[in-house]
Design a protein around this ligand. Structure first.
Ligand SMILES: Cc1ncc(COP(=O)(O)O)c(C=O)c1O
Length: 450
């Protein structure tokens, strides 16, 4: 069903012409019918993702229902030409300032640019790009010019600089829906803290973030961001695991008013299930984008989960490689522990990976052998960080650099043309100083310099 406003006056009054020409009011009921009962409101109010069908449904001014991105593009252009879409009414002026004082020959070109811009900012999918990393691909080609094709899922381009916002905004909305007024959370690298603080600011929720003293020293930039976003940052002696214990303690002390917002698949059910659901957007998008780009699924997906200085050094967070099954923070998973079940101190240069346990699903995938787990060292992760900077102009988070590091071992064994997607879970500004210091101390021999 599609209907469109015939005039500005009808638009203002919420009246529209149906395809049969009859006049009808655009009320909540008809909207619900259009969207299906499971439709959820997207970020801009005009954009709606229907979880029932996983197709994208878009509304503009509550009047247009468009069921494909191509159709949207066509209609936005049409609407722009007619001057119906609100943004087009904006002349680009602030009072008398601004405007388009250019030669006649530029007008048409600027008009096209303007239409494209407004169409892009209304992109129905809000998806992060699946980016073909051409120079990285070339880097891994053998002497016959053969090798896998490498793609990056650009979660670093999300608001807040990481995938964390996908989950934080959704859980904060859930807390609000449950009538909770304050959010408590723990953060390691600070990315989840920043995402949670941003979501709380937007939704007018009190926000307290617990963070280990060691991590606060390592990631001061994210501490400042959390504070700017209005969060109270509480330091906890230790690292992420200690901050998590403290956040859970605070939540348990005020169950009726507070909400513990987990940033990763830890803690008792339903926390891991919720995080899994809200982050599954990354996988769903990747699959759809792969189908669009090469008409098939990726052959290999790579993401970061744990890491370490070196497995035999005992300084690592390689929970799946070296852990045993146990219960921690209310859930059963693989766990770094000694013979008496005491938790072992984890280590990772990617602060967001420094946790002694791992999610239940990954534990299960290890047992059922549906996923393979590799370990990389701190040094290999730093080299991968620099490699992406220099080959693609992208600064990856140190956590994501662990996923990138394994390409060194993975790529030579893959068939020519195999499609590999690496999840760049966040951006690496927060790690820049540490990387520079470390590479000054020990120059990276194997990192590309061109
Ligand atoms: C950039 C980045 N990538 C990955 C992770 C780990 O993500 P997850 O806990 O969702 O597995 C973190 C956690 O802080 C992070 O900051």
């Amino acid at each position: 069903m599609r209907a469109r406003y015939e005039s500005r006056e009808e638009q203002r009054r919420g009246l529209k012409k149906s395809t049969t020409g009859a006049e009808q009011r655009d009320d909540d009921q008809s909207r619900a019918a259009l969207l299906g009962s499971k439709g959820v409101r997207g970020q801009l109010g005009s954009i709606v993702r229907s979880s029932a069908t996983s197709s994208t449904v878009v509304r503009i001014h509550n009047s247009l229902v468009i069921d494909s991105p191509k159709e949207l593009e066509r209609l936005v252009h049409e609407e722009l030409n007619k001057g119906v879409v609100g943004l087009n009414n904006y002349s680009g002026k602030f009072g008398k300032y601004g405007g388009k004082y250019v030669p006649e020959t530029l007008i048409s070109c600027l008009g096209k640019l303007e239409a494209e811009f407004y169409s892009a900012v209304r992109d129905p999918e809000f998806q992060t790009p699946l980016y073909y990393a051409e120079r990285l691909t070339n880097h891994y080609k053998n002497e016959n010019g053969e090798g896998p094709e490498l793609y990056l899922k650009r979660e670093d381009l999300n608001h807040g600089g990481a995938h964390k916002i996908n989950n934080a905004i959704a859980q904060a909305m859930l807390a609000k829906r449950m009538g909770r007024t304050s959010i408590v959370a723990a953060t390691g690298a600070g990315q989840h803290g920043v995402a949670t603080a941003a979501a709380c600011a937007k939704l007018a929720l009190d926000c307290t973030i617990f963070m280990g003293t060691q991590d606060m020293q390592k990631q001061p930039f994210n501490v400042s961001q959390m504070k700017l976003l209005g969060a109270q940052v509480e330091s906890v002696e230790g690292s992420f695991k200690d901050a998590t214990s403290e956040a859970i303690r605070r939540w348990v002390g005020s169950l009726d008013t507070s909400y513990y917002l987990s940033g990763t698949v830890v803690g008792p059910h339903p926390s891991p299930s919720m995080v899994r659901e809200f982050q599954s957007v990354i996988g769903k998008e990747t699959r759809r984008q792969a189908m669009e780009k090469w008409g098939g699924k990726p052959d290999v997906l790579v993401a970061c989960v744990g890491s370490g200085f070196g497995l035999d050094s005992g300084k690592h967070s390689a929970t799946l490689a070296r852990g045993d099954v146990g219960v921690y923070h209310g859930t059963m998973s693989y766990l770094l522990q000694d013979e008496e079940g005491q938790i072992l101190w984890p280590h990772s240069i990617g602060v967001g990976l420094e946790y002694p346990a791992v999610g239940p699903e990954l534990s299960f995938l290890k047992d059922t052998k549906r996923a393979e787990f590799y370990s990389v060292t701190d040094q290999e992760a730093i080299e991968a960080y620099l490699r992406l900077c220099r080959l693609e102009g992208i600064i990856p988070a140190m956590e994501a650099s662990h996923a990138l590091a394994i390409l060194e071992k993975l790529c030579p064994g893959l068939p020519n043309g195999a499609k590999v997607v690496v999840n760049v879970s966040g951006r690496g500004d927060k790690d820049a100083e540490m990387v520079i210091n470390r590479s000054n101390q020990a120059p990276m021999a194997s990192t590309v310099t061109n």
